[in-house]
Design a protein around this ligand. Structure first.
Ligand SMILES: [Zn+2]
Length: 170
């Protein structure tokens, strides 16, 4: 059972070092900083999709603009449209790949929101039957990771396939 395989409380240390120029983890991922373990699954059109560094659930993704902006009003129209397109793609992929039965999608904005990264990023948290309560999930008190590399490879492949389909079908 794929889901059972994914649920595991082992926490992986993702960030080996903090010596990134701006100190922004998302900019470091964008710049492919060798000191930061990247869980990137897709990038296109100034947007990047990664697995969350500290997932609340298996398949927890983030979509963020490549450029460092810390206010949602600064997203340009192309980025906003691209984000939505990637969101729709991600939901389909997570449903098919992980059998997710629901999603929480959104942004943490501003200092009292619980945001730990200033760089604007959309969170996509897949939900599963019989998982933890919502409070456990949003408070981030439990973190699930099994083999992020395997999850990353699966999602990478799916996003590439979806992109190829777009090209063929126009
Ligand atoms: Zn940044």
């Amino acid at each position: 059972m794929i889901r059972d395989h994914l649920f595991n409380t082992e926490k992986i240390k993702y960030v080996k070092s903090r010596k990134t120029g701006s100190g922004c983890i998302l900019c470091a991922i964008r710049d492919r900083d060798p000191d930061v373990k990247s869980l990137e699954v897709f990038r296109s059109g100034g947007l990047i999709v990664t697995l969350n560094l500290y997932p609340f659930n298996p398949g927890h993704l983030m979509i963020f603009p490549a450029r460092h902006i810390d206010d949602i009003s600064l997203l340009d129209k192309g980025e906003a449209a691209g984000l939505h397109e990637l969101l729709v793609k991600a939901l389909k992929i997570l449903k098919e790949e992980f059998d997710a039965s629901g999603f929480n999608v959104g942004y943490n904005l501003g200092e009292n929101s619980g945001a730990s990264i200033a760089h604007i990023h959309m969170q996509i948290v897949p939900r599963y039957p019989n998982e933890l309560g919502f409070i456990d999930i949003i408070s981030g008190s439990r973190v699930y990771v099994n083999d992020p590399a395997a999850v990353m490879d699966r999602l990478k492949k799916r996003f590439e396939e979806a992109e190829a389909e777009d090209v063929t079908t126009g």
